[in-house]
Write a protein that binds this ligand. Sequence first.
Ligand code: GDP
Ligand code: MG
Length: 376
Amino acid sequence: PEVISVREFAEKLGVEPTQLLQDLIALGKFVAINQPIDFETAAKLAEKYGKVAKLEGEEELESLEKELEETPDREEDLKPRPPIITVMGHVDHGKTTLLDYIRNTRVAEKEAGGITQHIGASVVEVDTSEGRKTLVFLDTPGHEAFTAMRARGAQVTDIAVLVVAADDGVMPQTIEAINHAKAAGVPIIVAINKIDKPGANPERVKQELTQHGLIPEDWGGDTIMVPVSARTGEGVDELLEMIALQAELMELKANPDKPARGVVLEAKLDKKRGPVATLLVQTGTLKVGDAIVAGLYAGKVRAMFDDKGNSVKEAGPSMPVEVLGLDGVPLAGDKFYVVKDEKTARKIAEKRQELARESALEKEKRVSLEELFSQM
Ligand code: GDP
Ligand code: MG
């Protein structure tokens, strides 16, 4: 990128160069009129004069990304969608065992070469008093999911299941999990686990939880707490029923009839298949052949697989799918969008990469003459 001098910058801002030199001195920068200024400084000065300095390419990216802006849905286009559930809790309290139990009893797993395939989320069917309901469980440990996703401004969880071992009680990560869920405004359902163990004391767990603002329903509060054993399966049906009921109350909806957008749950580079990303569709329907942008990468959906490893052509709201066809490995928590064609997708991804590189090279940041700033 080109470099801009004090003189040129003053001209752009419509300010006398001598004035700008004074401003620079005030910032502790002693530069000559023909010397270049760095982006950081240019941005500060631009702000002083009511302008915004931009990195080269930033405006072009913004105009490309305009098409990614979401148009609000009409009420009549919204359809019910399954809830997305995250399991949280202290280490060793039984999160993985509970998820495995739920998966293994509800899902006929497809084995690939003897190895069970996990895509980072499981879709589970539950028969409740209100009929058959679909629940989507995220496999990512709750804390990581919450922090990684929220760091990128994505929120994917509708309901948090807090696992507390009945023989151990409330522990530091239990409290951390409560705080994460509360900060995200996500309702908590407590699974008091390991009730099969001799030392189990569910009443004590309830008592401890009240000290953190979770009052069980049977004590007049509004937090559902279900005693379970992830080992024997006792109480798990009731837990699932409670989750389904909670979801019903929330009336979760999305518009399935538009290009998909959502979040990257996880992604990796597969030796044979190239970049493989598990995407969670939040709105719209993702289809094979769609052009997508995910974080810094682009591509065309070459193939999609559901959580059981079945090849699928489409994935609607709340559905997790494994997607092949991206040209790189995005980060968990990156947003993905369907765009009109692959060319647009590549252009956006390229611009994003360029900007990412530039901001990484903090010191060498330079502004171009053409795209230095725009009117505020
Ligand atoms: P995580 O760290 O929360 O994922 O916990 P794990 O699922 O790995 O469980 C930790 C240990 O507790 C493992 O040895 C499990 O077999 C055991 N465990 C989990 N749930 C139960 C349960 O309901 N009853 C008993 N007896 N053991 C359990
Ligand atoms: Mg675990």
